[in-house]
Design a protein around this ligand. Sequence first.
Ligand SMILES: NC(=O)c1ccc[n+]([C@@H]2O[C@H](COP(=O)([O-])OP(=O)(O)OC[C@H]3O[C@@H](n4cnc5c(N)ncnc54)[C@H](O)[C@@H]3O)[C@@H](O)[C@H]2O)c1
Length: 428
Amino acid sequence: MLPGSDKRRKVAVLGLGYVGLPLAVAMCEAGHRVAGFDVDAGRLCDIVAGRTGLVDLDHDALARALKRGDLVVTGEPGDLAACEVYLVCVPTPLRDGVPNLSMVLAAVDTVAETLAPGDLVVLESTTWPGTTEEVVAPRLRERTALVAGTDVRLVFSPERIDPGNREYPLARIPKLVGGVTRADGEFAAEFYGTFIDTVHLVSGAAEAELAKILENTFRHVNLALVNELATMYSGTSIDLREAIDAAATKPFGFLPFHPGPGVGGHCIPVDPMYLTRQTRRSGRCLRLVETAELINIGMSTHVVDRVTGLLNSVRMPVRGSRIVLLGAGYKPDVADSRESSAFPIMDRLHQLGAYIRWHDPLLGSVDKGPPGSRVADLDRSLLASADLVLLHTPHAEYVGSELLPAARLTLDAHGALRSRRLPNVHGL
Ligand SMILES: NC(=O)c1ccc[n+]([C@@H]2O[C@H](COP(=O)([O-])OP(=O)(O)OC[C@H]3O[C@@H](n4cnc5c(N)ncnc54)[C@H](O)[C@@H]3O)[C@@H](O)[C@H]2O)c1
């Protein structure tokens, strides 16, 4: 609880998803009062019923905050009237491969309805460097006549959470803050310091925006490097994963990245495109980052080729083969299928005439994959009757499963079964 009541704020969180809801709960735990706003009425009902779909969320803390009234969830912009801090946590997707800020602009318009002089507005959504000053500030001025940095405080502070990472919960991840003025940044840094252990203030909003996109582009490019190496050494006697582990024994100058069937989630495959597409608009090109995009997107084609090759090795055409895909989320032990390579892989194999079945114990209902291909339960007969099992996302439940040895041929896309030394298991 905050020591001085003067530090307690009335905070509006716009967008109650992976980013916004945990933030709202953490702020309530620290003594702030939060109005959570979302345009999705179904999402609001689910939150009140405790059905958040967020594995890392402290559900007891959510229930406490709702019960005490410290957290109110709403779809009414007018309910944000008493707020003095506004956190914008809405999606920044690509539409037809182009960055799309329509949800940020819609959320900023909602903020504008109740914004008052002296209030703090923070953009948390990932976007290209320059967005806060060049897009958000003019929009606020147009809608309210309030000038960022003079009448209201405006800041960019990227969310850096890693869903499923129990070692680094929200409060332990240092928060970057950059304001359109130094004073705005300092004000926001003090606010975040009430519920985040470490706050790092940078000189401007654009530096904070670039820092966030640099972090994710760094991962994207390094994943492309190991993914390309995986295609190079696929099916050879050289063990790339062992080489990566060996290189990682160097105590400096190397960070290990591991190949996989594709780069998924809402961040790593999307954020670098905010950088590359914006750079293209200025007539220039980030060649390394664009090449990384091509390599990572191409991994699903590599997986399909590998499946086809493995079936071929047992004299079986892909057409008419029975393939079971395990794990369709974009990463292990997370209930999120956004940008997961599982679906393009299944769609392509289906087009080639394979008979697909897929299983994921964590995902809720998803409108993806070949029609009727999802199975609710995993049993020995399903695996034993498959011509090939593709372990796409190695949820913990699969990695130790006693059912896996029943499979005749397995493609282990993440190398998760290596230590089990099962027969007929192949890598990427
Ligand atoms: N998910 C992550 O792990 C992660 C990590 C770091 C940064 N980010 C970034 O954070 C931002 C939010 O991502 P997310 O994963 O929380 O998205 P999400 O899809 O989980 O949640 C976003 C929520 O915003 C709501 N919304 C959409 N338009 C709105 C509007 N105009 N007003 C109010 N609510 C609105 C949606 O209904 C949804 O509930 C993105 O820019 C993303 O890149 C995400």
